[in-house]
Design a protein around this ligand. Structure first.
Ligand code: IVH
Length: 695
């Protein structure tokens, strides 16, 4: 980039034209495709350069200048909503000296010599939304779009559980609450992990995952993704009831909106600086991404006096963190084997400091991702911490590629057990075909079995499992329950050499003693009786996490009932459970039809008692034991609330109407489900009748 001070008028004109084009292209990639092609730092640099030229040559500002746009154009596939009050953007700065300039300019504008209080808020790295309430009911929601016209995402927003659909009686008749939709780091990682295994899209960072999840024409997809919100500003309001930003936050909380507890009033530049430093420090440990701090004049009267520039308020600014990226080398690419046999490629990196954290490894997700980005051993790559927990390799610096670097060939054999790997049609992941004969899979399976949400056996940590496995003490879950019985005796012949020769003496192992061995046996004995959801989860059925295990427990009540129907491949009931899709149902049935699993379960049941599932829901309600389906738009509560309420009163909630359905709650504009209920003669009731039933 040329020095702005040296530019001639002609050169400046040409540069502005080029920048408008480049930034528009980058916006498209970022906003439309959720696939940025520039790093944030590169993009910010372009925008700053554009702003600097415009500052020197105001007469050259183009009608299509990126400084006049907040985001990209509205996509045609969503309805458009014109914001009654535009959704603004913020000017951003990187240095504390620029924050000082901002504070000075505010004071100068107000002709004030007094200290001005600023609300300092973490700048959430998501996408902004506006939610409109009329007569205290949610009526519509939109994205920012270009700031003037956004996309109608009412149905999608409604799926976010943190968003209240009804406001309390003291809220204004009309109010638009605005804030940020984001995806928590752990939800982002889980989504990418799942998508890496079944061929879905790998998102570059939580922001893109949030955008991709929110802007879905099918709100069901949005609902299945975990999105969160923070509320932080307002649009139209019939009667404002607050005098400061702090009072507004108070109101928001009273109305049920999540308000970031890290928002903090600063009374001086020193406060702002200290707060910024502190946020930089805790940034990596926050469960969501932030990319800076937003400062807002706290007093609303002053905000109004300050007003707006074209697209940004004079009373607020964003103080951005330096980009968390670094350049390093891929020293090696190796493949890890997970519990279900998925082979995950991992890059071993030359250790590098990324925003204060040393990074030495990063996942490369799957074969396609490696091919698409052409990662090779020896490459210099840009590493970024966006989902902070696991760093990402963003791109290769091709100009630095060693001449002898060869394309990476994904192994077609399991690196742990040598069994051949398979990649099924429609899947992105290669899987080791060794099953539990693969030591890596077997170890991960054991770790899962004793994990906190499963059997929760303290004393059997990852390291102990690895050692016990390698020494032939533990090979399958049932071995855990025969440990004490086998200790001090000769080991069973199917276990390995170590124990066979000397007998099993855990207390004689290094790091163990009589007391610790006994403690382990006690911990195991304490788990010989186990709740049904824990047991189901512990089995490690593909796709069945703790939440699904709970659903299965609720719907089947006993393990025998579940096992019987699954072994008989009777899926009629299974597929009506809301939250269990066809694909998952198939995995569950397959699991129960695999002889090895049947054997393992039978062996376990000789040692553990699986309790029947007792719900702590309210009994003797007109809903207990009933299977309920909700359809149409509910007016007084969200679908999620309604479901939770029905479950609390003992009902099972199904996603579709069948002969098993007892009751269909019909909201506004109900479609095929209401029709089906009529055909099958299933009782239907209105939302009001449902509410009276549970009250
Ligand atoms: S206030 C007129 N507060 O940053 C003020 N924005 O660069 C409008 N953002 O479009 C925005 N956290 O998507 C505000 N605490 C916060 C924010 C925040 C994140 C985003 C928002 C906005 C963008 C501006």
């Amino acid at each position: 980039m040329k020095d702005v001070a040296q530019l001639t008028v002609e050169e400046a004109k040409a540069e502005l034209a080029r920048l408008a084009k480049e930034i528009a292209a980058a916006d498209g990639a970022y906003y439309q495709d959720d696939a940025p092609d520039l790093t944030d730092a590169e993009y910010d640099a372009l925008k700053h350069y554009n702003a600097a030229i415009e500052a020197r040559f105001p007469q050259l500002v183009r009608p299509d200048s990126p400084s006049k746009r907040v985001g990209a154009a509205v996509q045609s596939k969503f309805n458009k909503i014109t914001h009654r009050f535009p959704m603004l953007s913020l000017g951003d700065v990187f240095a504390i000296a620029e924050v000082a300039d901002f504070v000075m300019s505010v004071k100068r504008f107000l002709n004030s010599s007094e200290n001005i209080a600023f609300m300092a808020e973490p700048k959430i790295d998501g996408l902004s939304f506006t939610a409109r309430y009329e007569n205290r009911r949610f009526v519509s929601g939109a994205t920012r779009g270009d700031g003037v016209v956004g996309e109608d995402i009412s149905e999608n927003l409604k799926t976010i559980k943190q968003l209240p659909l009804v406001l309390p009686p003291d809220a204004p008749e009309i109010v638009e609450v605005r804030g940020e939709v984001y995806m928590a780091k752990k939800d982002f990682l889980a989504l990418n992990e799942k998508n890496a295994a079944d061929g879905g899209k790998i998102f570059a960072n939580p922001r893109n995952a949030a955008a991709g999840s929110l802007r879905q024409l099918d709100p069901k997809i949005t609902a299945a993704r975990r999105l969160s919100i923070w509320a932080y500003t307002w649009g139209e309001v019939s009667v404002p009831q607050w005098q400061t930003q702090a009072e507004f936050f108070q109101k928001l909380q009273e109305w049920g909106f999540p308000v970031n507890p890290l928002n903090k009033i600063c009374y001086s530049l020193a406060d702002m600086e200290a707060n910024f430093a502190q946020m930089m420090e805790i940034r990596a440990s926050l469960p969501y991404d932030i990319d800076g701090i937003v400062y807002k004049v706290n007093d609303i009267v002053l905000q109004e006096r300050l007003g707006f520039l074209t697209r940004t308020p004079r009373w607020a600014i964003a103080h951005k963190f330096p980009a968390e990226q670094a350049l390093t080398r891929i020293n090696n690419i190796r493949v890890q084997v997970g519990r279900t046999g998925v082979l995950t490629p991992v890059a071993d990196l030359e250790p590098v400091n990324v925003g204060g954290v040393m990074v030495a490894h990063a996942t490369l997700h799957n074969e396609d991702e490696i091919k698409r980005k052409d990662f090779r051993i020896g490459d210099m790559v840009v590493v970024q911490r966006a989902g902070d927990v696991i760093p990402q390799v963003v791109e290769v610096k091709f100009d630095k590629r060693p001449v002898d670097a060869k394309p990476y060939e994904f192994p077609h054999r399991c690196p742990e057990c040598g069994a051949h790997a398979v990649r099924e049609e429609g899947e992105a992941a290669w899987r080791c075909s060794g099953g539990l004969t693969c030591p890596a899979q077997a170890k991960e399976h054991l770790k899962h079995f004793v994990a906190k949400e499963a059997f929760d056996i303290v004393g059997l940590g990852d390291k102990v499992i690895e050692e016990f496995y390698d020494d032939g003490i533990l090979r399958t879950p049932v071995d855990i329950f025969t440990l004490e019985q086998r200790n001090g005796t000769m080991a069973t012949p199917d276990l390995f050499a170590f124990a066979e020769e000397s007998g099993l003496h855990i207390e004689q192992r290094s790091g163990w003693g009589k007391a610790s061995a006994q403690k382990l046996f006690d911990a195991v004995n304490a788990r010989r009786k186990i709740s049904l959801p824990r047991f189901i989860y512990a089995l490690g059925i593909p796709q069945v996490g703790a939440a699904t295990a709970l659903l299965l427990a609720k719907n089947y009540g006993s393990f025998a009932a579940l096992e019987q129907e699954m072994m008989a491949r009777e899926t009629a009931k299974l597929v009506t459970i809301d939250g269990i899709g066809a694909n998952m149902a198939q995995d569950i049935v397959e699991f129960f039809n695999e002889p090895h699993n049947i054997g393992a379960i039978a062996a376990l049941r000789k040692h553990v008692i699986i309790e029947e599932f007792v719900d702590d829901e309210i009994k003797d309600s007109p809903l207990s034991g009933k299977t309920v389906v909700f359809t149409g738009t509910l007016e007084q509560m969200t679908r999620a609330e309604a479901k939770a309420m029905a479950q609390k009163y003992g009902a099972k909630v199904a996603g579709s109407v069948s002969a098993h359905t007892d009751l269909v709650v019909v909201g506004a504009d109900a479609g095929s489900k209401a029709k089906k209920a009529a055909e099958l003669g299933v009782k239907t009731i209105s939302e009001d009748e449902f509410l009276t039933m549970v009250k």
